[in-house]
Design a protein around this ligand. Structure first.
Ligand code: PHE
Length: 345
């Protein structure tokens, strides 16, 4: 009965091995060698069919006993190794060390600037309104005096969902919706995402806009100038100079483009003798578009253009953030690099 002896010898052998094993990985090696699918015990068991039928029960029973004994030896050794490891870890643990605060996220610069701008307008008495990003042609173009085939549509060509449904190209449709659901006098700003076919170094197919609208009696271009000057000085600092240049938008008449004195070089055109890269030495940077609401827009929403006048303006939020924080690359806003984003906490 060599097999029985062989089985019995496994126990002292394992005991010796375990005594020398000092890590969980050595323990695992031993377990595979003794109890694994191709281990010592399994090999002995595989010779069982070769035995005379009368001998098999005794060997089988012994093998089971040995298996239990080996397993118990392993479990005991594992427990003591675990306990030793825990004790070592506890010995290293210093409860007097200061805790490590969990990492905290921060608001995206686009969000920060958007909130700052909305806050300024709230102080000026404006409401903040929002609307759908997927719009009807009517609200995005037609009600804004851009009928089908109007050439101004080209500048804002966008992503169409169906022939009449598209990703909004500006937040002006929110102004249309606001005028339809309310009566003047009213003052709103509409922040949000907008979509255009543009994609290059300084344009992305999605960006953020804030547009504003004020409608009432006897609203004049002087009100527009005063409001925008106060707003721009609020964002870029009290020293900021503001200038208006004639321009064209289908939904405003007259229309203007607004520049501010460059906030990087202070309007000087140079920084430390070097040409200013942001304003390209002109001392001015374009910041927004604006104008007096075109009577055709009032007619489209059922306001009497003889009774009401108003102004509107629109600007890109990323552009404001780039100028305000001196960010040189528009792509930074969309890459989600924490090293960039964490600087705005
Ligand atoms: N809707 C214009 C745009 O997206 C911006 C604008 C709004 C211009 C209001 C004038 C008045 O280009």
């Amino acid at each position: 009965m060599d097999l029985l002896k062989e089985l019995e010898s496994l126990v002292p052998e394992l005991e010796r091995g375990l005594g020398q094993a000092s890590s969980l990985s050595e323990l695992e090696e031993l377990r595979v060698a003794f109890l694994g699918r191709k281990g010592r015990l399994a090999r002995i068991m595989s010779s069982l069919p070769g035995l005379a039928p009368a001998e098999r029960p005794a060997v089988g029973q012994k093998a089971n006993e040995i298996k239990t004994a080996l397993t118990e030896l392993f479990d005991a050794r594992k427990e003591s190794l675990d306990a030793a490891r825990e004790a070592r870890a506890l010995a290293r643990f210093d409860p007097s060390l200061p805790g490590r605060a969990p990492w905290r996220g921060s608001l995206h610069p686009t969000t920060l600037v958007m909130e700052e701008i909305c806050d300024i307008f709230r102080e000026l008495g404006y409401d903040v309104a929002s609307g759908p990003e997927v719009e009807n042609d009517h609200y995005n173009f037609e009600a804004l005096n851009m009928p089908p085939e109007h050439p101004a549509r080209d500048m804002q060509d966008t992503l169409y969902i169906t022939e009449n449904v598209l990703m909004r190209t500006h937040t002006s449709p929110v102004q249309v919706r606001t005028m339809l659901s309310r009566k003047p006098p009213l003052a709103v700003v509409a922040p949000g995402k907008v979509y255009r076919r543009d994609s290059d170094l300084t344009h992305t197919p999605m960006f953020h806009q804030i547009e504003g609208l004020l409608v009432g009696h006897d609203v004049s271009m002087a009100d527009l100038r005063g409001t925008l000057t106060a707003f721009l000085r609020g964002v870029f600092g009290g020293e900021t100079r503001v200038r208006f240049r004639p321009s064209f938008f289908p939904f405003t008449e007259p229309s203007a483009e607004v520049d501010i004195s460059c906030c990087i070089c202070g309007g000087a055109g140079h920084v430390n003798g070097e040409p200013c890269r942001v304003c390209k030495t002109t001392g001015w940077v374009e910041i927004l578009g604006c104008g007096m609401v075109d009577p055709a827009v009032f007619e489209a929403v059922g306001y009497d253009p003889e009774e009401f006048t108003g102004f509107a303006f629109g600007l890109g939020v990323e552009r404001v953030a780039m100028l305000k924080y001196g960010i040189g690359d528009l792509r930074m806003f969309f890459e989600n690099d924490v090293r960039f984003l964490a600087q705005f906490g």
